[in-house]
Design a protein. Structure first.
Length: 138
């Protein structure tokens, strides 16, 4: 392949890339969202087509489905926190070269324990609150 044809291919590719990626060609409505800048859907407020704003709602679940959903959410959060705590402890172990007798290591390890105990309690409080809100809606 000679140099002239290579340069013409590169130039053509550059022009096509620039034409397709320009700031004026991208529009949110391409991804299914209305664009207020390019004559998209009218706004909800003061619009004669909409009497009130439309909100996405979660379909109601039975009591056992709600408990299963919250249990899954709890397990997922606790597994994530366990993994993060193990990673933090492994990083601390590497930092101090495996010397667990170092007072700085022990101080940092106790800080990690307190931090993740607090986060676990926070997850439990939030899920208990969500569960209580479900029961108050009965």
């Amino acid at each position: 392949m000679n140099t002239r044809s290579l340069l013409s291919i590169v130039a053509l590719g550059g022009m096509l890339f620039a034409a397709g990626c320009g700031p004026g060609t991208w529009d949110r409505s391409y991804y299914g969202y209305p664009s207020p800048y390019y004559g998209g859907y009218p706004t909800y407020y003061g619009d004669p087509y909409y009497s009130e704003p439309y909100y996405y709602s979660v379909p109601s679940r039975s009591h056992s489905e709600e408990h299963a959903y919250l249990e899954h959410k709890y397990d997922k959060a606790m597994n994530r926190l366990n993994r993060q705590e193990q990673q933090a402890e492994a990083k601390l172990y590497r930092r101090y070269g495996g010397n667990t007798a170092d007072p700085r290591f022990q101080d940092q390890a106790s800080r990690i324990d307190r931090r993740y105990d607090y986060k676990r309690g926070k997850v439990e409080r939030n899920l208990a609150k969500e569960h209580g809100e479900y029961h108050s809606g009965w």
